[in-house]
Design a binder for this molecule. Sequence first.
Ligand SMILES: Cc1cc2nc3c(=O)[nH]c(=O)nc-3n(C[C@H](O)[C@H](O)[C@H](O)COP(=O)(O)OP(=O)(O)OC[C@H]3O[C@@H](n4cnc5c(N)ncnc54)[C@H](O)[C@@H]3O)c2cc1C
Length: 289
Amino acid sequence: MKPADFHYHRPRTTEEALSLLKDFGEEGKVLAGGQSLMPLMNFRLAQPAHVVDINFIDGLDYIKSENGFIKIGCLARQSRLLGDSLVRQRCPLLADALACVGHEQTRNRGTFCGSLVHADPAAELPAVLLALDGSVTVGNSTGKREIAARDFFHSYLTTALASDEMVLEASVPEQPARAGSSFVEFARRFGDFAIVGVAVVLVPDKERIADARIALTGVGEKPWRARDIEAMLVGHTGSTDLFGRIGAEVAARINPSSDIHAGESYRRALARVLTRRALFEAWQRARKA
Ligand SMILES: Cc1cc2nc3c(=O)[nH]c(=O)nc-3n(C[C@H](O)[C@H](O)[C@H](O)COP(=O)(O)OP(=O)(O)OC[C@H]3O[C@@H](n4cnc5c(N)ncnc54)[C@H](O)[C@@H]3O)c2cc1C
């Protein structure tokens, strides 16, 4: 299929892009990597009258460390992040998750921020942002605001972003040096969206767990996290038995739906097993750090 007719715009500055988005309102869409927008337009599931291509704006593709955060400009491609030594050293959870996102070809164009805005409920990167308590900085023609990950994802392909706003940057807190993390997922084929994916970070204090993060993708209409379950790990020594109980707790609490890829009970079973595995792997890594 081919997309419905649309007007194509190529702003050279962020201000110009934001001014166009203000003018077009609901009729306008930002084009970043195009790896989700173009398929939707080709299937005519999205029919924006105006496409605002931000790829010709200089200076939006940065990846840098600033005050304990990795700052990711809205044109930083997933493949550059995956190969970035800063990301590998300071945010290994993100590097692990990126390896599961699509294929080399899609990562070469797809952006980190584009994946956040697209908000596919089975996407890996929103779950990572949620697990690490990251945020996005968004702007419109009158100013900027920062939105925490927990407030950004609303539901299926829906976020807190207003139609005149653009995501300018994502901020991902760097993991403590002694933390261990793991991203595990099950997908039908390598490179497919996860049926269920689990992101875990464990911070040890000697033999015990001092802090824990668990976020899941593929188990509802948006990435899922339960802080009271994380609290059940704090103060305890990591063990197969403990991680098994946490996996069971997660499986009992999520509310997955059935679709053509997997039934609700299968997703629950995956969540239980993958949570246990991710916790175990993160703990092993933390002990070695
Ligand atoms: C074959 C294939 C396999 C894939 N597999 C996976 C997978 O396993 N896991 C996964 O998570 N994803 C997967 N994807 C999707 C891929 O990761 C996309 O790159 C990503 O979802 C969107 O990023 P993008 O930069 O391409 O955004 P685009 O496609 O350009 O845009 C996506 C949406 O976000 C909006 N948008 C983009 N950037 C901004 C911005 N800065 N401000 C405001 N709005 C913005 C657009 O208007 C649009 O609504 C796959 C895609 C393909 C084609």
